[in-house]
Design a binder for this molecule. Structure first.
Ligand code: ZN
Length: 702
């Protein structure tokens, strides 16, 4: 649908809303209250509706159903987040029990009162069939803990009172809507319905009362659980002695191995990588060490709505071997077993993916690791974070449910129906196909002009980027500028000094706890000094070598164990210099240290090919930076160079432009484009040098 048409439709909607300010403001307000409380709703779960009588363009009276759009997030929902349908033609569906999904979808599409509004929630029929003006629904943990107990029905009635009814699980859509409507017809005084293994619905003609009812039910359920859990001894006592604050290096190791095992190979051999995030709060650590940990992982989701983001099972690792190879074997076995079992669960017998069945749908998403907490893998940082948020609440809720008594999981077949239901899977929008999607990059010297330019190009190409720098204000300024352009999800900053090997190792660990690992390492940190050898202070030479050579060495060396653990290859792109091929007088400290780093990179290319890691070099010349991100290097050497050539700053830029064959200024972004080229692995290239200098014959690589 053309964008302009959608915009018109939204404007029309705004006018419709203006006719019913009270009713719709109340709907939006209640939706936001429900949607912004993680005790009630996580990431697009839950839905709300209101029914409003209005006049159509012919002057005839009609009732409209405003129902939350499918996959819309209620925390910040506005008018454009609702689907608006003519109520009567939807209600008439009650008489057609065997309507196909396609026919239902078509009918819902054709009954929109405002073209261009979003697709309606999968629970739309339920909202339409109930007579109340407002219907609210969520998957509150506390209610779900009760809804999974052996005595759920009795317990829920005792806790929530006689105005609440309890229904067994039904598939969302028509079967559930019909059952809910029948339950209400049987007991018209009820204002609350709990559907076992699914969630809670409240309804009424007053939005405030229906919202308050949800809150009260959740508070009553919480209070009941609190008391019930107190009565039984803590199930985790035996192993809680093992609980200690996890070491960052352990978390990083496990994240890197999980990330490697969750990556897929495309037919052309390149890796499709995922990002991994972790959750390590005290309740999560307790659950990971509890006797129930394995059962928590194998007993299915709290509500089927979660399965498309988390799968219906988690992987449990009850120990983390000290040796990397042993750890990889443990994770590999667990992942293979998970995939095989999940393929059978999703598609029936046949271990390898049946023709046309996407095997990636059987990849594990959540890992509970004894003593280290929960790890979540996703194709984007957002997908990993959403899975981790849902997983964290699920693990804690199930642990409480088990501590209360008996946890009765939902039968797997119900969840599978939801995981394969097109109306449900439609909620997951495929991530944009960018060249470096799923990759994580570290750029050292990330606070400088070239680092900023490289980061911008990498972010544009879909990578997640960690900037490393020892100058914290400079680092944070660069990060803020990038966040303004690309949002916070794919950007991190890690303060470390490349001259300190231990600090570099810790930097890699920190990035691995944020994104799961690193695929692209860009040693870019560098300093320069102008002095003839006769006048060069040996201490300044030492310092320059420490940053330009040792810093590059430390960065490459610290990346190697990580590449080994991931096992998915990777790229190192060393930012070398035009001076390596074409040195200048009075520039020995810089040129010599860069030449040594360049040679080091060639050796790395030879040594790391066995890991599938490519090492290439970029040789830029005279990258000045701009007002936003000045080049620290040029600020240091520019004045000397200007004096040496008797030129102003502008004159100096012109001088450099004029001396190249292409008569062009070299920008940080040009260097970034070259990094993206190498990281995209479009050519089988390693150990190569790519000049980004406008063309300088004396610096042609040889
Ligand atoms: Zn639901």
């Amino acid at each position: 649908m053309p964008a302009s048409f959608t915009e018109t439709a939204v404007r029309e909607l705004a006018k419709t809303l203006a006719g019913h300010p009270g009713a719709l403001a109340a709907l939006i307000h209640a939706s936001r209250l429900i949607g912004s409380d993680p005790e009630l709703v996580l990431h697009g779960g839950g839905n709300t509706s209101a029914k409003v009588t209005t006049t159509d363009i012919f002057g005839e009276t009609e009732t409209l159903l405003y129902v939350k759009g499918s996959g819309m997030h209620m925390a910040d929902i506005g008018p454009e987040g609702f689907c608006i349908l003519r109520l009567d033609p939807i209600r008439r569906l009650k008489a057609i029990p065997d309507l196909s999904d396609n026919a239902l979808e078509n009918h819902l599409f054709s009954q929109r009162a405002v073209a261009g509004c979003p697709d309606p929630s999968v629970e739309t029929l339920l909202h339409a069939f109930l007579p109340h003006r407002y219907v609210f629904h969520c998957h509150a943990d506390a209610v779900l803990i009760l809804a999974h107990q052996k005595e759920a029905k009795r317990m829920i009635r005792d806790v929530l009172g006689e105005k609440a009814a309890v229904l067994p699980y039904r598939h969302p859509g028509y079967p559930l809507a019909r059952a809910v409507a029948a339950a209400h017809e049987k007991a018209p005084a009820i204002d609350t319905l709990v559907v076992l293994h699914h969630g809670i619905f409240t309804f009424g003609d007053d939005a405030g009362q229906a919202y308050a009812r949800i809150r009260t039910c959740v508070n009553q359920a919480k209070a009941f659980i609190q008391k019930a859990v107190k009565r039984v001894p803590s199930t985790s006592a035996a192993r809680s002695r093992r609980r200690r604050t996890p070491r960052i290096s352990d978390t990083a190791r496990v994240a890197q191995v999980i990330r490697g095992m969750c990556a897929r190979r495309t037919p052309d051999g390149s890796a499709l990588r995922r990002l991994v995030v972790s959750r390590q709060g005290p309740a999560m650590m307790d659950a990971s060490l509890s006797r129930e940990a394995k059962k928590i992982c194998e007993s299915g989701v709290l509500t089927p709505d979660h399965a498309i983001r988390t799968r219906n099972r988690m992987v449990y690792l009850d120990a983390v071997p000290e040796k990397d190879e042993a750890l990889k074997r443990v994770v590999e076995k667990a992942v293979h077993q998970f995939r095989a079992a999940y393929m059978r669960y999703l598609y029936g017998q046949g271990r390898s993916g049946p023709e046309g069945k996407p095997p990636e749908k059987a990849d594990p998403v959540l890992f509970l690791v004894a003593g280290l907490g929960l790890f979540a893998a996703g194709e984007t940082p957002a997908a990993a974070r959403i899975a981790a948020d849902i997983g964290e609440r699920t693990v804690i809720a199930k642990h409480r449910a088990m501590a209360m008594g008996d946890y009765r999981p939902i039968p797997a077949a119900h969840v599978r129906d939801m995981e394969r239901w097109p109306l449900q899977t439609k909620k997951l929008k495929p991530p944009a196909a960018a060249a470096l999607a799923g990759q994580v990059a570290l750029v050292t010297g990330g606070g400088g002009a070239i680092g900023y330019g490289i980061a911008r190009r990498l972010l544009s190409a879909g990578a997640a980027v960690a900037l490393g720098d020892r100058d914290i204000p400079r680092l944070e300024r660069g990060k803020d500028l990038l966040i303004r352009e690309f949002g916070p999800e794919r950007i991190a900053s890690v303060a470390f000094d490349v001259t300190d090997f231990t600090a570099v190792q810790k930097g890699f660990d920190t990035i691995s706890t944020l994104f799961g690992g690193v695929d692209l390492v860009v040693p870019n940190a560098g300093i320069a000094h102008v002095a003839r050898i006769e006048d060069l202070d040996p201490k300044i030479l030492d310092r320059t070598v420490a940053v330009n050579l040792n810093g590059t060495f430390h960065t490459i060396k610290a990346a190697i164990p990580l590449f080994r653990r991931q096992g998915t290859g990777g790229n190192i792109v060393v930012i070398s210099s035009k001076n390596v091929f074409d040195p200048g007088a009075a520039f020995s400290a810089y040129s010599a240290s860069k030449a040594a780093a360049h040679q080091l990179a060639k050796i790395a290319a030879m040594e790391l090919s066995e890991l599938g890691v490519r090492v290439n070099m970029i040789n830029p010349d005279a990258v000045f930076g701009d007002q936003k991100t000045a080049s620290g290097l040029w600020e240091a050497v520019g004045p000397e160079r200007m004096r040496a050539r008797g030129l102003s700053p502008e004159g100096l830029k012109t001088y450099y432009r004029q001396r190249s064959l292409l008569k062009t200024e070299v920008l940080a972004e040009h260097v970034g484009n070259a990094v993206v080229f190498f990281a995209s692995e479009k050519t089988p290239t390693t150990g190569a040098s790519l000049p980004v200098d406008g063309g300088i014959p004396a610096a042609f690589p040889r």
